[in-house]
Structure formats: structure tokens, C-alpha cells
Design a binder for this molecule. Sequence first.
Ligand SMILES: Cc1ncc(C[n+]2csc(CCOP(=O)(O)OP(=O)(O)O)c2C)c(N)n1
Length: 315
Amino acid sequence: MNKEKALWIYQKMNEIRHFEEEVRRIFAKGEIPGFVHLYAGEEAVATGVMALLDDGDYITSTHRGHGHAIAKGCDIKRMMAEIMGKKDGLGGGKGGSMHVADVEKGMLGANGIVGGGFGLASGAALTIKTLKQEHVAVCFFGDGAANEGVFHEGLNLASILDLPVVFVCENNQFGEGTPHSYASASETISERAVVYDMPGVRVDGMKVTEVYDATREAIERAKKGEGPTLIECDTYRHYGHFEGDEEKYKSDDDMNRDRDPIPEFREKAIEKGWLTKKQADEIEEQAVKTIKTAVEFAGSSPLPDLESLHEDVFA
Ligand SMILES: Cc1ncc(C[n+]2csc(CCOP(=O)(O)OP(=O)(O)O)c2C)c(N)n1
């Protein structure tokens, strides 16, 4: 970790948070078609990992993918337009929140299929290995996805082929309304790594520095040809599973509202001398402006033309 990385991380964390707060507001006004699953609360994971990647590295995302897309460098204005179903969206407004993608940035896509990223990430890593590139693929997935069969297939394949892939579990304790403690036979997800002969690490996913350090080691290993790593990040989503979810399945103790990775990192970064208070304040103010501009851009973008209905549609 250094000043440059810390500045970037704090900027992206704030952009993600304000982006999600605006999506929440716009969704409540009825201006977003379909579902949205907000990433607020989990910012330390996306930023801690993505601080170590560049455009040549691939990621696969989830239904809760806005944070991954922002941290991977997707155009924020075009993301907002996509989520609002507008013509200038990254996918022409036809994919929406769960299909935000930008292959040029190595963002292979948010994904409405829980567990849909395991095969894609392993495939991307196989491409990297075959072409002898100095890159990695990162697969983000939730604790719920870890109970899908494809988790086991993906990890097994990546291990036997020594693929340069990092599996990052965002364990936010719930798969929709089902607690991890009820749905998982193993206490942790990381301990499952042992049967696939790869390192399994569990970190506090509310602390960017922990996510960052674990990811750095995993990437080094992957680039040396030593194969995949499983990282489990203990995290928490601030809002419901999707917007409109009243979270009646959570007790007061489960709400964990005071766990927030952003002030946590601000304090640490200032204490370590990576950021000054002034820089942190400026980053916070700039993030508000960046997202305001994105909302204006998306709001003034037209709906896709009716004649384009069958373009870019594969099913
Ligand atoms: C294959 C598949 N099964 C079920 C669903 C319905 N579904 C959408 S999100 C979700 C919960 C996923 O939980 P988790 O992987 O922990 O991610 P989180 O929502 O907590 O980020 C489920 C079951 C789906 N979209 N795809």
C-alpha cells in the first residue's frame, strides 16, 4: 500500500457509495426498470482487489456488480445510463444492472446467474495461460454461490490446470434471506480450498488493507504459475438483498449497521500518512460531483430506438 494506491482506493470507494445511494434514490422514483442489488457496504472488497489489477486482467462479477464495474474502470456515466435502460448505456440500455460489462476494461460482466462467473473466470484464466500473458482473472462470488455445484467444478478445474485465477468470495452472511450459518455445511468458505489443493484465506472484508494484502499474494502466486487461491472476505451489505427487500429475516443483531469500510479506511489512511484530511475531504466532494454528472448524463440520454429492438439480442 502506498499514497497513490490509497488515493485511488479512497476515490473509488466513495464513487461506489455515492453511485449506489443515487441508484437507490432513482429506483425509489420508479425510473429504473427491473431489479437492483446494491453493493454499498462491500466497497473494501472491490477496491482492495482492483487496486492490483489493470485493463489486461479479467474479472467476472455477480448480480451485485456495480462496485466491481466502477473499480474495474467502467465509464460511470454509461453505467448509470445502462442501469436506467438508456441508449448511451454500456450495453445500449438493453442489459441493465445485472449485465453491466465492458470487455475493453476486462470487466466480463455482472451476471444474473448465481455462480455464473466460475466457468467464465476459469476460461479467461485458461486464455491467459495459453497465450502466456502476465495477467490474472478474478472471480467475485457470494456465499450463496459457494453452495452451487459450479463452485466445485470451477475450483477443481482451475486447480488441476494451475490456472492464474483468484476466487474472491464476498461473504455478506446472507444468500437472499438465508443465513450462511444455515446454508453452509462448512463454517467458512475458505476452508473448502483444502480439498482443491489451493490456499484458502479468510480476511476482514471491511478492511481494504487485509483484502489488498491477501490479493497481492494470490496474484503473485498465480503469475508464478502456481495456480489459484480462494479468498473469503467477511463483509456486509448495507441494504436489502435487492431494493424493496425489507430484510424481515434479519434480527437487530444481524443488521451490523455500524460496520462501514469507508470511514475505517479514511481513518487508517490518514493515520498512516497515505492521505491528508484535506485530500480525503476533496475526494469525498469530487465523488458527489462525479455521480451527479453521471445522473444528469443518464437522465438526458434517450431510450433505445424502437428499430434497434432486435440488435445485440442473442436469445
Ligand atoms: C442459478 C441461480 N439460482 C438462484 C438465483 C436467485 N438468486 C438471485 S441472488 C440469490 C442469492 C445469492 O446470494 P449470494 O451468492 O450470497 O450473493 P449476495 O446476494 O449475498 O451478494 C439467489 C438465490 C439465481 N439468480 N441464479
